[in-house]
Design a protein around this ligand. Structure first.
Ligand code: PAF
Length: 298
């Protein structure tokens, strides 16, 4: 039989707040009730939650006293209005999924709450790495991401903020922002959650039709092929990955690269050591990304 504690957790529905003032008040109230400031974790999301997000929430509940999940589709990070328009939004089902996972607060502001003047004239810029890879295909994307992450951190004041490894470039840039701007928050990175066929979970997977869904599973195979050539150097890694990617006609490769973990720049030909293979591809009209850690040797 379940203990009273696990029954209480299973029934834990997050309190929904929609304003910055309310999220701060709720955290202050929790501190007053506990008689001490709780360790606060923030899980920033754009909703359309799946098991990958829930893994972040569960990890947050392990390391913090109070877990805030933000649900906000951030217009600033979409360079394509059609992409923003079709981004899935379903707060009710997100809240149902969060129930019993350890989330205390769901911070779900309207666009007006975070951007009351309709635009922000002060933005965080992601610098050179922000214009590579994802940033080259989606100009301004990372400035939008960093600006909203900074706003969410300033609104919530978390001790720790959690991100999924799937968005490797985003993780790298958020870490740089926290360091560069002396923001007193640490980042906790959670491993990518994958489906049975190894496809990384993503809110965008729902747009794939069955044929595209099968084709999309090529992405993790490309990463695997790259990994299995890693003791033969960078050229062999890229050749093995390209060969694995070529087999599937529905997959239109955007980029495939091996980057240094400290700089997120492509590694030199003679580099040996830890690296990350990153990939982005369009499958039908859906853009997917993935990555894997490898160790380059000779
Ligand atoms: O990864 C995402 O879902 C978004 O980029 C984030 C971090 C929630 C910012 O809007």
């Amino acid at each position: 039989m379940a203990s009273a504690e696990s029954e209480a957790l299973a029934a834990q529905v997050p309190v929904v707040v929609t304003t910055v003032a309310d999220v701060r008040r709720e955290i202050q109230n929790a501190a007053t009730t506990a008689g001490t400031r709780p360790v606060v974790a923030l899980v920033p999301t754009m909703g359309a939650l799946h098991q990958g997000h829930l893994a972040l929430v569960e990890r947050a509940a392990e390391i913090a006293d109070l877990v805030v999940v933000s649900i906000f589709v951030n217009p600033l990070q979409f360079n394509d209005p059609a992409d923003l328009e079709r981004y899935p939004r379903d707060l009710e089902s997100d809240l149902a999924l969060l129930t019993g996972r350890g989330a205390d607060l769901a911070f779900a502001p309207e666009v007006d709450e975070l951007y009351p003047t309709g635009d922000v004239s002060t933005r965080v810029t992601a610098g050179r790495v922000g214009s590579l890879f994802e940033g080259r295909s989606r100009p301004g994307h990372f400035d939008g991401v960093l600006t909203v992450v900074a706003k969410l951190i300033n609104s919530v004041g978390p001790d720790v903020v959690l991100f999924g490894q799937k968005d490797a470039q985003q993780v790298f840039l958020v870490q740089r922002m926290l360091t560069d701007l002396n923001m007193p928050t640490t980042v906790e990175v959670v491993e990518t959650v994958r489906d049975d066929d190894e496809l990384a979970l993503s809110s965008r997977n729902r747009f794939l039709d069955p044929r595209e869904r099968r084709a999309a599973a090529t992405l993790p195979h490309v990463l695997e092929a790259a990994g299995s050539a890693s003791d033969r150097g960078i050229d062999a890694v890229l050749a093995a990955a390209q060969a694995a990617a070529m087999g599937e006609q529905l997959v239109e490769l955007d980029y495939l690269a091996v980057v240094h973990p400290d700089t997120f720049q492509p590694v030199d030909d003679d580099y040996t050591g830890k690296a990350r293979v990153i990939i982005a591809a369009k499958v039908g009209s859906t853009r997917l990304i993935d990555n894997a850690a490898i160790y380059l040797g000779h």
